[in-house]
Design a protein around this ligand. Structure first.
Ligand SMILES: Nc1ncnc2c1ncn2[C@@H]1O[C@H](COP(=O)(O)OP(=O)(O)O)[C@@H](O)[C@H]1O
Ligand SMILES: [Mg+2]
Length: 234
C-alpha cells in the first residue's frame, strides 16, 4: 500500500533521514521505534507531505506522492495524527471532529465516522460540548486520534500517541489502536515505548540516527541482545 524507496531528508545541512526504505502492506499495523531525535516524526512528516524528501520516492497505492502538497495527500487517504496533540483547544470536542472531517464531502460518511469514533471513545461522546483545552491529557490524545480518523483514512499515521500519559491511559489508547487495525485501517505507528509498540505491531522498524537499523516481527526482535538491553530493559 505504501512504499518508501531510499528517502533522504535534511534540515539545512543536518541529515534527519538516510536511505529509508519501508513497505507497508494493506491492513497492516507497523511500528517505527527509536529514541528521541532518531527521525521518527520527520519520517511521518515526509509521508504526509509536511516536508518534501530531498531524495527518494514514496508511492501510495501505486502512485507517486512525494512531490504532492499535504492537503492533496490527505485527500488521497493518508491522515496524520501529529505529535503533541495539535488540537483546536478553544473549540469543542464535536467541532474538532468536524475539522478532521474536512476531506469528507459525503454527509452519510461523515455521520458514520462520527458514530464510529464516538463508539471507539465513549468518553468523547460524553464530552461532545466540552472545550478541547479543558480535557485531560489522555482525553486530548483520544480526541487527536479520533480527529485523524474522521477523514476515513486508508492509512493512519500516529506520532507517539502514548507520550506523557499514565500507564493505564497508555494501555487504553493502545487497545483502541488495535481496534482500529481490526476495523481494517492500515496504520503506521511511531513510538518511543518499544514494549507497547512491539506488543501490537506486526512489523517493527528500528530507527536510529535517521537510519533503519533493524526490522522484524516481535518474535524476531525480542531475540536481539541490543533490542533487549536498550529498548526492552531485560
Ligand atoms: N524543523 C526542524 N528544523 C531543524 N531540525 C529539525 C527539525 N525537526 C527536527 N529536527 C531535527 O531532526 C532530527 C530528527 O528529529 P525528529 O524527526 O523530531 O525525531 P524523533 O521524532 O524521532 O524524536 C533531530 O535531530 C531534530 O533535532
Ligand atoms: Mg517525534
Amino acid at each position: 500500500m505504501l512504499e518508501i524507496k531510499k528517502i533522504y531528508h535534511y534540515y539545512g545541512k543536518a541529515k534527519a533521514l538516510e536511505e529509508i526504505s519501508l513497505k507497508i502492506e494493506e491492513k497492516a499495523l507497523d511500528a517505527v521505534i527509536g529514541p528521541n531525535g532518531a527521525g521518527k516524526s520527520t519520517l511521518l512528516r515526509v509521508i504526509s507531505g509536511l516536508e518534501e524528501p530531498d531524495r527518494g520516492k514514496i508511492e501510495f497505492l501505486g502512485e507517486r506522492i512525494d512531490k504532492l502538497k499535504a492537503h492533496k495527500i490527505t485527500k488521497k487517504g493518508i491522515s496524520h495524527c501529529p505529535e503533541r496533540r495539535r488540537l483546536f483547544f478553544d473549540m469543542s470536542v464535536a467541532d474538532n471532529l468536524k475539522m478532521g472531517a474536512y476531506p469528507v464531502k459525503n454527509k452519510e460518511v461523515y455521520k458514520a465516522m462520527k458514530n464510529f469514533v464516538y463508539e471507539l471513545f465513549p468518553r468523547l461522546n460524553e464530552r461532545r460540548k466540552q472545550r478541547a483545552g479543558t480535557l485531560s491529557g489522555g482525553e486530548q490524545q483520544m480526541l487527536a486520534i479520533a480527529r485523524a480518523l474522521m477523514s476515513k483514512p486508508k492509512l493512519l499515521l500516529l506520532d507517539e500517541p502514548s507520550l506523557g500519559l499514565a500507564p493505564k491511559i497508555k494501555k487504553r489508547i493502545f487497545d483502541v489502536i488495535e481496534k482500529i487495525k481490526q476495523e481494517g485501517t492500515t496504520t503506521l505507528l511511531v513510538e518511543q515505548d518499544a514494549v507497547l509498540a512491539m506488543d501490537i505491531a506486526e512489523n517493527i522498524h528500528l530507527l536510529e540516527e535517521g537510519k533503519i537499523e533493524m526490522r522484524g516481527t516481535k518474535k524476531e526482535l525480542e531475540k536481539e541482545p541490543r533490542i533487549k538491553q536498550v529498548y526492552l530493559g531485560i
